[in-house]
Design a protein around this ligand. Structure first.
Ligand SMILES: [Zn+2]
Length: 271
């Protein structure tokens, strides 16, 4: 952990007067991923992780950062969220897999997170904010662990965590790029729309305190984003959509496996 803090401090010194290189970005992402994997409840199921990696890699390899070594992993919580670390480490919560009804809906979430990495959104925050006071709130929202003060301290890891809080503009960019990533990978981008609409309906019926509330705090402006996706869909020709797939066999196998597993542990609650 000390090594990480030193590295982040070194990066912070670089910030503001120089850019973070791809090598530094990947190194930082790998260190953050090791901490995430140790501190969050990871699902670690070969069938499910295998499918999410296949789908994620298929999408990521259509982007301008196909050369990164992409990693996809599933967090074992029903809280609905997904996030990306610098360098190509993408996490999706089990709650997303449970709510996705077809591969294109999951592809929409992955395509969005992949685009945050492609556009280096979190790296730009490091470069812009000397001292890298990038919030830890995403990790908190992922599992609600921050309802517990001790867990909040544990996950804070000296303020060094690079869980970026993205702007509305970043989110719109990630949707727009994610939409194109889906198309290039051969998935119907309508899945992005149907999944967001589903989350919005669940949020509205739960009155704002349910399993999807984290998604809305980390992904601001959902109504505007839905309108933007609808606009992109209306501008996509029938020819472009032709041949895109909504589902695949691997998705069905992943869902079957998910149904066999014991339920996710409940989010840690405050004492
Ligand atoms: Zn996002």
């Amino acid at each position: 952990m000390r090594t990480t803090i030193v590295t982040v401090a070194a990066l912070a010194l670089v910030a503001g007067c120089a850019s973070v290189s791809t090598q530094q970005e990947v190194q930082l992402g790998a260190q953050e991923a090791a901490q995430v994997n140790a501190q969050l409840p990871m699902l670690n199921d070969p069938t499910i992780d295998g499918y999410v990696n296949d789908l994620g890699n298929r999408i990521a390899h259509t982007t301008s950062r196909a050369d990164l070594d992409w990693h996809f992993a599933v967090v074992n919580t029903d809280v609905v969220n997904a996030f990306a670390l610098p360098g190509g480490y993408v996490y999706v919560n089990r709650g997303v897999l449970a709510r996705a009804d077809n591969a294109s809906e999951l592809a929409g979430v992955l395509g969005h997170e992949i685009e945050h990495v492609v556009r280096r959104h979190s790296v730009k925050q490091i470069e812009q904010q000397q001292g890298a006071q990038v919030g830890v709130s995403i990790a908190c929202a992922l599992t609600n662990v921050c309802n517990n003060q001790a867990a909040a301290a544990a996950i804070n890891i000296g303020g060094a965590a690079i869980f970026a809080k993205f702007s509305r503009q970043d989110e719109i960019q990630a949707d727009e790029g994610g939409f194109q990533n889906m198309l290039k990978a051969g998935y119907n981008p309508n899945g992005m729309l149907t999944f967001f609409q589903k989350l919005l309906a669940e949020e509205q019926s739960s009155g704002g305190g349910g399993a999807v509330s984290s998604w809305f705090s980390d992904h601001p402006g959902t109504q505007d984003r839905i309108a933007d996706i609808q606009r992109m869909l209306s501008q996509t020709s029938r020819a472009q959509l032709q041949g895109t797939q909504t589902n695949d066999a691997g998705f069905q196998q992943m869902k079957q496996r998910l149904a066999q597993l014991p339920p996710a542990p409940p989010p840690t609650q405050g004492q």
